[in-house]
Unconditional design. Structure first.
Length: 497
């Protein structure tokens, strides 16, 4: 039986080791949402920064739901293998920046204590969009959200992200434990400002004096993160054992590319992440918008259309010539909505994205990316579409993605196989589609009425309705695979006119 990886393990030659002694470093960061992406991104930057500049910046992880990540990491003293995959081969590195992982449902007070501790100077976040409980109409918390409602009524025994933040901040204020930075690392527009709004709104509803203290003592910088990281699979774990010689239940795989753009607004210090390659800027918004619209928006298109066309991975989808052409057109139209992005050549960025998507060594599942569409589409597709129409541009470049999502919402493949939408508004989608005939116009009208996905002025614009219904009609009549080919041909024909 293979020995489990731990702090005392000596991996085989060829595995890079931490350039510092992890156990001699204190924990200064609480990270909520320890998943594959965090382990391939923020934890790696922190590991590198401590190796180069030291500091008490190890990470106390928090899982809001499952105990799986704690069961994987805690017996390994937080250690895990990072495998970087490209077509030239794999490289491996042992990461030591995570100290331990707490499971919020099992030990809620310990989580609150971690946020309140004076040793904690930064709380970082990577959770799903739905975990924030955002009311998109007001920018504050959605009081109808089940977890938000529970936590507002039970502020000392929270269940959700914002509730735990507020409980920890309240205890921190009581103890005069000092200022704190909350750093959002999720794919949300102006994510720092968004999190600040929902935290202050929640606090104001619980205790106005707490809201005033948070406004003065807590900073919320925005950030943009980028690294394609598929879910860990059995193959990931097998390869980690082969490379290290130890059983590693927390291994993660990722691509070579990594990017972190951060607004430099920290209330109580930070690791020297710039030494690890992070870029600190005054305004993250241009980079954030670029990534949301070009990378994430294209990912959504490839996920919905690719999944329904039988492509299991993004790589397979983008290597399909016709689907790639549709993706390139959407990227070009999205780029036209962007402000200048300092230091970025958008043509080169788009080409690099397509090459990253096509990496055969990474199996990023289309079905994985397709989840939570109602949370993702407003900023990835809806926002550039709205701006394109406002500038009297062509909505057609975004129509195929919107239509592909609507087709995906039917929950059945062209050959009759059912699948779970895995969307927080799944019940609302089902209610909208109940009794609706298999007609593109009727489906558009039903789903475009979800106004937090498609604002009323967008859904009622005939310049959107026409091309989306046309694309959706082709998908319904011919199937997704043929619709992709037909739509790509129409793009070429329209270009020639």
């Amino acid at each position: 039986m293979t020995t489990r990886l731990s702090a005392t393990s000596m991996p085989l030659a060829g595995v890079a080791m931490p350039a510092y002694d992890p156990e001699s470093c204190g924990a200064g960061i609480v990270h909520i949402g320890v998943g594959a992406f965090h382990k391939a991104h923020q934890a790696v930057y922190t590991d590198t920064a401590m190796g180069l500049a030291g500091g008490d910046w190890r990470i106390t992880g928090v899982s809001l739901r499952s105990a799986d990540v704690a069961s994987a990491l805690n017996p390994q003293d937080g250690r895990y293998l990072l495998m970087v995959r490209d077509e030239a081969g794999d490289s491996a590195r042992l990461i030591g920046s995570i100290a331990n992982v707490l499971v919020a449902p099992a030990e809620p007070d310990t989580v609150i204590e971690a946020v309140a501790s004076p040793e904690t100077r930064i709380v970082t976040l990577t959770v799903t969009e739905k975990a924030y409980g955002i009311d998109r109409a007001t920018g504050g918390v959605d009081v109808t959200h089940d977890v938000i409602a529970h936590d507002l009524n039970n502020p000392t025994t929270p269940k959700g992200l914002v509730g735990f933040l507020i409980a920890g901040l309240s205890r921190r204020r009581e103890r005069d434990a000092g200022p704190l930075t909350i750093l959002c690392c999720d794919n949300l527009p102006e994510n720092g400002r968004l999190v600040r709004r929902i935290v202050l709104d929640f606090a104001e509803r619980v205790e106005p004096a707490l809201a005033r203290w948070i406004a003065q003592a807590v900073t919320f910088p925005s950030s943009m993160v980028d690294r394609i990281t598929p879910a860990t699979t059995a193959r990931t774990l097998e390869d980690a054992e082969r490379l290290s010689g130890f059983s590693d239940m927390a291994a993660v795989e990722t691509e070579p590319f990594s990017q972190w753009i951060i607004e430099d607004d920290f209330a109580a210090g930070r690791p020297e992440w710039e030494a690890a390659g992070a870029l600190f800027v005054e305004d993250v918004a241009p980079y954030e918008k670029m990534k949301l619209r070009l990378l994430n928006g294209t990912h959504s298109l490839l996920a919905y259309a690719g999944f329904l066309a039988g492509h299991d991975t993004v790589g397979e989808a983008v290597r399909h010539e016709a689907l790639r052409a549709i993706a390139e057109r959407q990227m070009q139209s999205s780029a036209a909505t962007l402000p200048p992005v300092p230091g970025i050549d958008l043509d080169a960025y788009r080409a690099e994205l397509l090459a990253r998507f096509a990496n055969r060594a990474i199996r990023h599942l289309t079905y994985q990316i397709a989840m939570d569409g109602t949370e993702k589409l407003p900023q990835r597709i809806g926002a550039p579409l709205r701006e394109t129409l406002a500038a009297n541009g062509d909505a057609g470049a975004f129509a195929f993605a919107a239509a592909a999502w609507m087709r995906y919402c039917l929950g059945v493949t062209d050959d009759g196989r059912s699948y779970d939408l895995r969307d927080p508004r799944q019940a609302a989608i089902a209610a909208r589609l109940d009794g609706v005939p298999r007609d593109a116009g009727a489906i558009f009208d039903a789903l475009s009425a979800l106004q937090d996905v498609f604002p009323k002025e967008l859904a009622s614009d005939r310049r959107m309705r026409g091309p989306v219904v046309e694309a959706l009609s082709t998908m319904l009549e011919m199937g997704m695979a043929e619709a992709i080919r037909v739509h790509a041909r129409r793009q070429v024909d329209r270009t020639r006119i």
